[in-house]
Design a protein around this ligand. Structure first.
Ligand code: GSH
Length: 232
């Protein structure tokens, strides 16, 4: 398999939105930072009034994250979708070890990353990522609460299985793409007091100790924009 995208002139730009809120932006960003992959960050501020109309200038899906790959003499390539961005990074930088080496573990990690990418709607809908939210339980209607509990149980089952098998501190031992996919969930579990399990506490400690996590969180806390009610 040839890697026709990579040459010495390659430059990466990651388009992201507000660090306090943009959980999808957080995923490839933390992977790039944690792995020391050089990139330029381009911030696109959420603008509810226009439906984020300016995103279209940078991202054909009108959503972030989007990764621009530029090389001398070639047209730029734009990759949308957080999971596809992680996949292209894994191919461009195999030495970063974004996926486990073992085929079966890699398949399992990809399945968990896909499950996160395409699911857990109860949790995602009721408990949006919010770095500066005070730690506080939500008062949800029984239907929404049950959906959140179901998602929390399944995610903890995944984490427990991975951490027991690998010995931690990350899901497959060292930080990888699947940890990046679950990064915003750490914030949600913490801020909405969704669990206090040993599994969660151990995994949260490892994730929040990453310099990349600290850098994102610091920037999020310093952002002046409030785009939704923080007291939800
Ligand atoms: N499935 C996409 C989701 C991207 C997404 O929904 N991003 C949000 C920001 S966190 C966005 O761009 N929202 C703007 C909009 O929906 O208009 C991915 O994995 O990247």
């Amino acid at each position: 398999m040839t890697n026709s995208l990579k040459d010495d002139s390659m430059q990466l730009t990651l388009y992201i939105a507000n660090k306090n809120y943009s959980s999808w932006s957080f995923r490839p960003w933390i992977a790039l930072k944690a792995k020391g992959i050089p990139f330029t960050e381009h911030f696109l501020r959420f603008d509810e009034a226009t439906g984020h109309a300016h995103f279209i200038e940078y991202s054909p899906t009108k959503k972030v994250p989007a990764l621009k790959i530029e090389r001398d003499g070639k047209d730029p390539v734009i990759i949308c979708e957080s999971l596809a961005i992680l996949e292209v990074l894994a191919e461009l930088f195999p030495e970063a070890g974004l996926w486990p080496d073992d085929l079966i573990k890699r398949a399992e990690a990809r399945a968990f990353a896909s499950e996160m990418h395409g699911g857990f709607f109860g949790l995602r809908g009721s408990c949006p990522m919010n770095m500066r939210r005070p730690v506080k339980r939500l008062d949800l209607d029984p239907y929404s609460a049950a959906a959140v509990v179901k998602n929390v149980e399944r995610i903890e089952q995944i984490w427990r299985g991975c951490l027991d098998a690998s010995g931690g501190p990350f899901l497959y031992g060292s930080f990888g793409a699947v940890d990046a996919m679950f990064a915003p969930v750490i914030n949600r579990f913490e801020k909405y007091e969704l669990t206090d399990s040993q599994t969660f506490n151990a995994y949260r400690s490892a994730m929040k100790a990453l310099p990349a996590w600290k850098e994102w969180e610091k920037a999020a806390l310093e952002e002046p924009w409030i785009v939704e009610e923080d007291e939800a």
